[in-house]
Design a binder for this molecule. Structure first.
Ligand code: FAD
Ligand code: DHB
Length: 427
């Protein structure tokens, strides 16, 4: 089999890249080791930055998101029994975020790809990326019990943290920057209307808690749990009791309980692999970097990577210049490290570290007081949460030869030029 761009992995990064390339007239093949149902049902992210919403809409994948996504103009910080709302549009010149689950983004992109795009093979497991340092990179994979080879001009590793693509970068060229945290998140879905109309991030001596949602009828909730904890050791009632304690306020706010329909534990880590390119292999999304989930940056970073890459590949196709491909790793890493910093700040601001001293606890409260009490600190949080503009990196590191912006960046600009945000805010 042969294609221009071989994409390993059909998570949000691989699926969106395939769509952007299709729109730019560049053919691709997507290999995904799991089946379609698994990819469509894997519970993960829920918050889309404004830039991600703009990109999905411009890529023609925003119709259902615009109907069903919930626009959120703020979050609530809870600490010491107090509540502080951070007003995003007021602090950022009008930016907001949208609650629309990763499962739904993937369903929309899969349907479009199968209808209009190039091959998307489920149950196709990449075994190795070979010859990435040459002009003829290839992916060896297993499909329907047989081994096969996908010959490509370029290979993109969108295969997440546990994928194989990253292993094709020679060890001597790789640098890994990593931090693990001594806790994880227990995440649950519950058939009960959210107990607040915006997300609530709570700092408590017993540990962090997050109240989020999937729809006006379904709540998504998270609890900090010790490293190594399993979902099975948490009874449903114990989860609600713990959420109630950590989310408690001094006023009459109450947590609504309902049937829990799924629970799982996620470990927390920060991880960056540099560089994000080796020869004709490009890494995008979780294959290149992981953030702890506090602050909801992972999916949005993956989108930033593939927008940058689609634009670079389009530029190469239209002008013959590899300047943007050459700048890919550096361009992405600038944004990646800002998101790493933000996610680290949010994590250490809100979680209770088992090794922390009473002094550390007071410092956390002082940091929260500062955010609640000064516009500069609050603005910094609001800017980080709503996301750094996707085309900022492109503006600063645009085509060295002065060529007109093309492909995905053009698409983002077009989306930005349209009026208003059709998403709805919950009453
Ligand atoms: P993935 O989604 O991991 O996709 C990789 C794909 O590659 C998978 O489908 C996998 O099956 C496939 N694959 C792996 N190996 C192979 C192989 N050898 N051959 C073929 N295919 C392969 N991010 C946010 O932005 N906002 C949030 O609110 C948020 N909340 C989160 C909450 C939780 C509990 C978790 C765990 C994560 C959260 N994230 C959030 C992070 C976000 O889910 C990830 O960053 C995002 O899924 C990254 O997308 P990706 O396409 O790079 O990787
Ligand atoms: C969700 C996940 C996050 O990591 C976060 O910071 C906010 C919301 C969610 O899954 O809804």
């Amino acid at each position: 089999m042969r294609t221009t761009v071989g994409i390993v992995g059909a998570g949000p990064a691989g699926l969106l890249l395939a769509r952007l390339l299709h729109n730019a007239g560049i053919d691709s093949v997507v290999l995904e080791s799991r089946d379609r149902a698994y990819v469509e049902q894997r519970q993960r992210a829920g918050i889309l930055e404004q830039g991600t919403v703009d990109v999905l809409r411009a890529a023609g994948a925003g119709e259902r998101m615009d109907r069903e996504g919930l626009r959120h103009d703020g979050i609530e910080l809870r600490f010491d029994g107090r509540r502080h709302r951070v007003d995003f549009p007021a602090l950022t010149g009008g930016r907001s975020v949208t609650v629309y689950a990763q499962t739904e983004v993937c369903k929309d992109l899969i349907a479009l790809q199968l209808e209009e795009g190039g091959p998307l093979l489920f149950g196709a497991e990449a075994l190795a990326v070979e010859d990435a340092g040459t002009d003829r990179p290839r992916v060896r994979f297993r499909y329907e019990g047989r081994e096969d080879v996908l010959d490509c001009d370029y290979v993109v590793g969108c295969d997440g943290f546990w994928g194989v693509a990253r292993q094709a970068v020679p060890a001597g060229l790789s640098r890994v920057f990593e931090r693990t945290y001594p806790f994880g998140w227990l995440g649950v879905l519950a058939d009960v209307p959210p107990s607040h109309d915006e997300l609530v991030y709570a700092r408590h001596e017993r540990g962090f808690a997050l109240l989020s949602m999937r729809s006006p009828e379904v709540s998504r909730l998270y609890l900090q749990v010790p490293q190594g904890a399993t979902a099975e050791e948490w009874e449903d009632e114990a989860i609600w009791d713990e959420l109630e304690r950590r989310l408690e306020t001094r006023d009459d706010w109450r947590l609504r309980r309902g049937p829990i329909t799924s629970k799982s534990v996620t470990p927390m880590r920060s991880h960056v692999h540099e560089p994000m390119r080796y020869g004709r292999l490009f890494l995008a999304g979780d294959a290149a970097h992981i953030v702890p989930p506090t602050g909801a940056k992972g999916l949005n970073l993956a989108v930033g990577d593939v927008v940058t890459l689609a634009r670079a590949l389009t530029h190469e196709k239209e002008t013959g210049s590899a300047a943007l491909l050459d700048a890919y790793s550096e361009t992405c890493l600038r944004r990646v490290w800002q998101a790493e910093r933000f996610s680290y700040d949010m994590t250490t601001l809100l979680h209770s570290d088992p090794g922390a001293s009473p002094f550390d606890g007071r410092i956390q409260l002082a940091r929260l007081e500062r955010i609640a009490g000064t516009r500069a600190a609050e603005t910094d949080l609001a800017e980080g949460y709503t996301g750094f503009p996707l085309d900022e990196a492109v503006r600063r590191h645009g085509p060295a030869d002065g060529a007109a912006p093309a492909g995905a960046e053009g698409a983002v600009r077009a989306a930005k030029g349209r009026a208003g945000h059709p998403g709805r805010r919950r009453a």
